[in-house]
Design a protein around this ligand. Structure first.
Ligand code: 26Q
Length: 820
């Protein structure tokens, strides 16, 4: 109706004020005089949520009436961050809300700060899912995100005496204004038990799984508002609940997760997000989590499909496409087969034809330790019928291989879903490739390595299955909302369409040499640096010079990301300054944000090392404040939104071939930071876009890394042949940085010598040091730097998640837009 469609013009300042006050009274039970910032946050969110829910109803009605094909994005993680600011921006109501709250005597930024992050993800993979559902709604595509309603998201990080401490993240303590519980759509999930063989209605052998226990999945819906506010899709997150009539078996969680567990209950399943990214946990509870949300989501999809199509399965894969965000939900493949074969009593070939046209799989990593494998024994215990189905899938696949490569058992062993090791394992990557119609990597180089190194035989067998879709980020959150000053400047120059058509940023290129524009652009950067400096002061007590280079490395702590290479270089600069106080360098503030997996000892040592080196450098009067090192605790989406607009330099320094894509690299460059980075992941494509003059590339290439490893890498050669490297590593072995704890950093030195330096830190050190010198020189030339910064923003058009999603739509999902 007309009134429903005039959503964005419906609320002027006066009406918005009235709505907030009405919610303050009737939803919050308080009033203008008593309300604190949190009450204002709740009331403002409620006012916005009213509009959100109207559009949600209209969207769902429209999708239902049009019986649209939809993508179902299955992900164990959705790193949503805060929603209020984004939802206001997407409804075009941010300025209205700002002005309305001002008249009520309330500062909107204080209100926004009240919102806890939805930290239901570890890092890149989880945030990518959040960017994709933002783009899907913005592009008016029928889509639903399916995941887990973790009671505790990624742990809150505290730094005590330089070391990381994990604390639980309870993001719903004071209620969440966005989520809606849908008890009417509760699903039941079977677990454990045994399989019975019997005769089905048509006289064929049928299998029936008699579960040992059943848990309930209760869905919570989070509305996902598209830019412009027309389409509102949903993110459906499942919460586990015990179902009264079954007993709950004992299972182990272990470590950090163990500490969170109070009792052996069904509720445990959705209690906590596993904090290990890029490492396999192999824990029973993790597998149960994966099955729990996959099974709930599939049942939900099938219920919706049957409402429209009854028992006619022939159109299922025309209506439903399921994207697997890594192998975490891969158990959905045998689960769909189980439903089709055991429940719907379709024959195997018919079922497989449906299933293998339904799933597509995204690979996010090549690191062997991150490739999921589950013990056969564990599957047998928890999901006995699924194990049988996996064996059947594998058996038929082996027959297919025999036809293609007769007698080639080496090939069969390689491609088998079952790894015949001492403890037999199920390889979820192989299952995903076999069970999907498309498999994609997340940046060109990564997808090439997926084809050539990870799955070369699969690429031969299925020539068009493996493909690339380079990642992207949503410019609504990562420029418009987080960097209002730069956004306003850009809009003044090129109009207001860039948030939905990011390649228009290229129109800024013609102003890259324009002195006036350079001044305006760098003035915005300066203001953002001042805001971050204030934040740094408030959080750490440390004052930083905002004329210094703000150099930022923000990402999970992992050896392959090489925060320790950055640290070694900082120590080198410090040493050079101590040796020669006139050493020529522009002052620089090195800012880190990183969480380490709680069980990853070396990663925690690197955090400790950064903090200890920081203490020493920050308090050393001899170096005249030339260097400051800041470690901001509890890095998360909302902190990223404050750091990224203020960055001059973006550190993207992974060992070539190890970072699948990276997405922080895109966010930073979009906000005018210049990258110092290796030829890895999406850095390569960023370099292509901005040009070699506007990025500092260093280090061994993928091919060089392979050659070095083949020849046998000898880190000691670098140690003995480069006196600076030797001095730096030896420095870690003294008590200079940790007088109260001698030897605390020795393990870091050892990892790069006896440990074999698996990520080639020493091999890349000199090249990194040179690139840093070039960067320092470039920064001293103000005009040159301004031009570089502008061109970084101007050339980031490719990296909008709208482009990524459009590629998925064209080449994988085959969806039509549905105007609401
Ligand atoms: C697996 C098993 C058990 C417990 C946890 C996990 C687990 C959890 C999260 C394994 C991996 C992850 C996350 C991986 C991830 O974030 N990968 C990143 O994905 C980004 C989006 O594609 C890329 O840009 C990054 O390069 C990649 O590292």
């Amino acid at each position: 109706s007309q009134s429903e469609n005039s959503y964005s013009t419906k609320l002027d300042k006066k009406a918005f004020k009235a709505s907030v006050i009405s919610h303050l009274h009737s939803t919050l039970g308080t009033d203008e005089n008593k309300a604190d910032n949190h009450a204002w946050f709740k009331a403002t969110s409620a006012a916005i949520q009213e509009l959100v829910l109207n559009r949600l109803r209209t969207t769902q009605k429209t999708h239902y009436m049009n019986d649209t094909r939809a993508v179902h994005y299955f992900s164990a993680e959705f790193l949503m961050g805060r929603l209020l600011s984004n939802n206001m921006h997407n409804f075009g109501l941010f300025e209205t809300a700002d002005a309305a709250l001002k008249e009520l005597g309330v500062d909107i930024s204080d209100v926004l700060e009240e919102e806890p992050d939805m930290a239901l993800g570890n890092g890149g993979l989880g945030r990518l899912a959040a960017c994709f559902i933002d783009s899907l709604a913005t592009m008016e595509l029928p889509a639903i995100g399916y995941g887990i309603h973790y009671e505790n998201g990624l742990f809150r990080q505290e730094i005590k005496k330089g070391a990381q401490i994990e604390r639980p993240d309870s993001w719903r303590d004071y209620g969440n204004p966005w989520e809606i519980c849908r008890p009417e759509s509760t699903q039941e999930v079977p677990l454990y038990g045994y399989v019975e063989t019997k005769y089905g209605s048509n006289g064929n052998i049928q299998k029936e799984w008699h579960p040992g226990s059943i848990v309930k999945g209760v869905p919570w819906d989070i509305p996902v508002v598209g830019y412009g506010g027309n389409t509102v899709n949903v993110l459906r997150l499942w919460q586990s609940q015990s179902s009264s009539h079954f007993n709950w078996d004992v299972f182990n969680a272990g470590g950090y997760v163990d500490a969170q567990r109070e009792n052996i209950q069904a509720e445990t399943i959705s209690k906590v997000l596993y904090p290990n990214d890029e490492t396999e946990a192999g824990k029973e509870l993790r597998l149960i989590q994966q099955y729990f949300f996959s099974a709930c989501s599939l049942k939900d999809i099938i219920r919706r499909y049957k409402r429209a199509h009854g028992d006619d399965w022939t159109r299922f894969s025309e209506q439903v496409v399921i994207q697997l965000n890594d192998t975490h939900p891969a158990i959905a493949i045998p689960e769909l087969m189980r439903i089709l074969v055991d429940r719907a009593e379709l024959d195997w070939d018919t079922a497989w034809a449906i299933s293998s046209k339904t799933f597509a799989y995204t690979n996010h990593t090549l690191l062997p330790e991150a490739l999921e494998r589950w013990p056969v024994r564990m599957l047998e215990k928890i999901l006995p019928r699924h194990l049988e189905i996996i064996y059947e899938i594998n058996h038929r696949f082996m027959q297919e291989l025999e036809k293609k490569w007769p007698g080639d058992n080496v090939m069969k062993a390689k491609l088998s879903i079952i790894e015949e090791s001492d403890e037999k394992m199920v390889r979820m990557g192989n299952l995903s490739v076999i069970g999907s119609f498309k498999v994609n990597g997340v940046a060109q180089i990564h997808s090439k390595l997926v084809k050539e190194n990870l799955f070369p035989e699969f690429d031969q067998l299925y020539p068009n299955k493996l493909t690339n879709v380079t990642n992207g980020v949503t410019p609504r959150r990562w420029l418009k909302a987080c960097n209002p000053l730069l956004s306003a400047l850009i809009t003044k120059k090129i109009g207001d369409q860039w948030p939905v058509n990011l390649t228009q940023l290229d129109k800024l290129s013609v102003f890259a040499d324009d002195k006036t524009f350079q001044n305006q652009f760098m003035k915005v950067k300066q203001k953002n640096k001042e805001a971050l400096a204030k934040e740094i002061k408030a959080i750490t007590g440390i004052a930083v010079d905002t004329k210094a280079i703000f150099d930022v490395q923000i990402k999970r702590l992992h050896e392959y990301k090489r925060q320790h290479l950055n640290l070694l270089h900082i120590m080198a600069l410090y040493k050079r300054l101590l040796k020669d106080p006139s050493y020529d360098m522009h002052s620089r503030v090195f800012i880190f944000g990183a969480k380490a997996a709680p069980g990853y000892t070396l990663a925690k040592t690197i955090i400790y090392a950064i903090n200890k080196v920081a203490d020493k450098i920050n308090n050393d009067k001899r170096i005249n404040n030339k260097i400051k090192v800041i470690f901001l605790p509890n890095y998360r989406v909302s902190l990223a939104e404050k750091m990224i607009p203020a960055a001059d330099v973006s550190q993207q320094i992974s060992t070539a071939g190890k970072e699948a894509s990276g997405t922080g690299n895109m966010k930073l460059a979009l906000n005018g930071a210049v990258t110092i980075g290796t030829l890895d992941g999406a850095n390569i494509e960023i370099a292509e876009e901005v040009g070699a003059e506007n990025i500092f590339i260093f280090g061994k290439t993928v091919d060089e890394v392979a050659a070095i490893n083949k020849a046998g890498y000898k880190p000691y050669d670098y140690y003995y042949n480069n006196s600076e490297i030797k001095a730096l590593l030896d420095w870690l072995d003294t008590d200079y940085f940790t007088p109260e704890q001698p030897g605390a950093l020795s393990s870091l030195k050892r990892s790069m010598l006896e440990g074999g330096d698996p990520y080639l830190v020493l091999a890349d050190f000199e090249s990194y040091s040179k690139a840093n010198e070039a960067l320092d020189k470039a920064y001293k030339d103000k005009d040159r730097w301004a031009k570089m910064a502008i061109l970084n923003t101007a050339k980031m058009g490719k990296f909008t998640s709208d482009r990524s999603v459009q590629e998925y739509v064209d080449r994988i999902w085959k969806l039509d837009t549905c105007k609401v």
